[in-house]
Design a protein around this ligand. Structure first.
Ligand SMILES: [Zn+2]
Length: 339
């Protein structure tokens, strides 16, 4: 039973015996290892690498899932939702996450309090429009520069990981590669699909795209079809709001709308879980962070500069902005690549 691990903050929830006798066993394929879920719990999220699990409570996952989210309330005494991403199988049991604890995945290492991982921040990739202003120039990395940067990452031994990988690594559930990098794109521009995606694929890199859902399909922005296609290719589609609005000046009800409706729309189209937010214009405050936490987000990307992240501050992930027109030497310096 020692595999049941809950962080101290979650213990309070376990004392609520909503479920008097409730056991879910997650049998790990091949080795027949069973990961037990606590008997008394009001909410739990079980997550396992896809392919490593084949049953929960004796019910086959592979035969019952074709992708996306599936309500499994009929199998459990409380509401439960089964989700499958390209890499993970996940089951949420209970009404509402009291805390976004991802637990019960077999540990591969120890929990760590800090990790040094560059999270690159891009916006446009491709040619500039005619008469671009200074802002647009700063946000636009040419196709050639982007290709050189991604190639440099690959030849320098960097391997792309996801934000979920980073969160799992903090908790000791994931071994990161020796030189991890997280590549992110803000706003969901259609040039990301046309110019960045092929370069990422050529170099075996995955990236995270923060989508503004009300802008999807508008001029210069990705369509839902492109977003869904990219998700199918292993790209992570995450939230950047319904509209591109500064959350720090909004009343709580509108903050809630921005963070939950954008997630709902992306999940509905991609069938994949949205757990990460990028603050529009990098703006946030304590209320915004609390709202994200309460609504099941695991972390959020800021525009603060840096590569060091603390497990205790997942909602202030720092990033490394890549400027339009910046030299490869400058890029290499930011990544601490010796040239
Ligand atoms: Zn933005």
């Amino acid at each position: 039973m020692s595999r049941c691990r809950f962080r101290p903050g979650a213990m309070v929830f376990l004392s609520v015996a909503v479920l008097a006798t409730f056991t879910v066993a997650l049998a790990l394929h091949g080795v027949g290892r069973v990961v037990p879920v606590p008997q008394q719990v009001d909410w739990a999220s079980i997550i396992a690498e896809k392919g490593s699990s084949d049953s929960i409570d004796g019910r086959s996952l592979s035969s019952s899932l074709t992708g996306g989210a599936e309500p499994v309330a009929n199998r459990f005494p409380v509401p439960a939702v089964l989700r499958r991403s390209d890499r993970y199988v996940e089951v949420d049991i209970g009404q509402k996450p009291p805390s976004p604890v991802v637990d019960l995945l077999p540990r591969v290492g120890i929990a760590v309090s800090a990790l040094d991982t560059p999270i690159l921040m891009y916006h446009h990739v491709g040619p500039l429009p005619s008469n671009p202003d200074a802002i647009r120039r700063g946000l636009t990395v040419s196709q050639g520069d982007f290709a050189a940067q991604v190639r440099l990452l690959a030849t320098s031994g960097f391997q792309s990981i996801s934000l979920l990988d980073l969160m799992l690594a903090f908790r000791g559930y994931k071994q990161l590669p020796p030189k991890p990098v997280i590549i992110t794109f803000d706003d969901g521009y259609d040039d990301n699909y046309r110019y960045a995606l092929p370069i990422l694929k050529e170099n075996g890199m995955k990236a995270t795209f923060f989508i503004v859902t009300d802008l999807v399909g508008k001029t210069e922005y990705l369509t839902w079809q492109q977003i869904t296609e990219m998700a199918g290719e292993g790209m992570s589609m995450q939230a950047h709001g319904v509209s591109h609005i500064d959350l720090s000046v909004l009343p709580p009800s509108q903050v809630l709308y921005q963070i939950t409706e954008s997630r709902r729309a992306i999940e509905a189209h991609t069938g994949r879980r949205v757990r990460f937010y990028a603050y529009p214009s990098g703006k946030f405050n304590d209320g915004v962070v609390a709202a994200l936490k309460e609504n099941g987000y695991l972390a959020a990307a800021s525009t603060l500069y840096g590569t060091d992240h603390r497990a205790s501050e997942p909602f202030i992930l720092k990033r490394v902005r890549v400027q339009g027109g910046e030299s490869l030497q400058s890029f290499a310096r930011k990544l601490k690549i010796a040239k």
